[in-house]
Write a protein that binds this ligand. Sequence first.
Ligand code: ZN
Length: 308
Amino acid sequence: MSTLLISHPAFANHLVPPGHPERPERMRAVEEALGAEAFQPLVREEAPLVEAEVAALAHPRAFVEALESVRPREGMVRIDGDTTMSPGTWEALLRALGAATHGVDEVVAGRHKNAFCAMRPPGHHAEAQVAMGFCFFNFAVVAAKHAQKKHGLEKVAIVDFDVHHGNGTQALVWSDPSVFYASTHQMPLFPGTGARSETGVGNVVNCPMRAGDGGQKFHEAFEQSILPSLKTFSPDLIVISAGFDAHERDPLGGLELKAEDYAWMTRALLDVAEQHSGGRVVSVLEGGYDLKGLGDSTAAHVRALMGS
Ligand code: ZN
């Protein structure tokens, strides 16, 4: 079976102020990296446009409607210090919701062994009623809830290796024993959450790393903490919050990961998925702000998803 790649040109139409790291060029870097010969076996599909209602899987309707009501016809609207909406943002958000849920639909139906959603903006900082840190809707949580509500899966795990802690994801699943959340991230760093002592109802595993930590500490976090907990949880589906800003080239993070660290970790997650989750994995792009680091890391991650 194949790996599904879901994307759409609209993801480049979410514009940001000059100098902002979460920029449209990120999509081009990912596209170029996945344009190489080795990725020909990927099945490529466009992210469908879905109703904003889909976001209500993770957010109150009033919050979804409030965001829709402030979208600008021209120029930009500032939502928080580093999160802005442009005229193209709303369609990007709807298609990102579409990508995440379509990926789940296809993988759960068994039409593809796994899926990677090449999309922006990222989502893991978005809390129930707070857009922040470049994020508006929490696509990983939407994917997990969609798998449960539409497909009847019982337990979903979200594994997040973005250099920043997914405060939004953690907050949204904090008291929900049917969703497991594990994160490696740099600490201290934005947003400030993610201490080892933050464990939800036993469903949250945080593995903070220090600036300068590299592949070895990353492997240890997975081998000693995340993978054993994930196996114990035994999810029906693994959703990956795939942020590549822990790469050594990244300007926002201070961890020293290399592209092959992402390949190793992806293979480790696939192994768990094979044993416990019928192989089902859906990965959604989060951060990654050095274009070469992002391209190389995405290529390593997707090659591993493809099983090569
Ligand atoms: Zn990040």
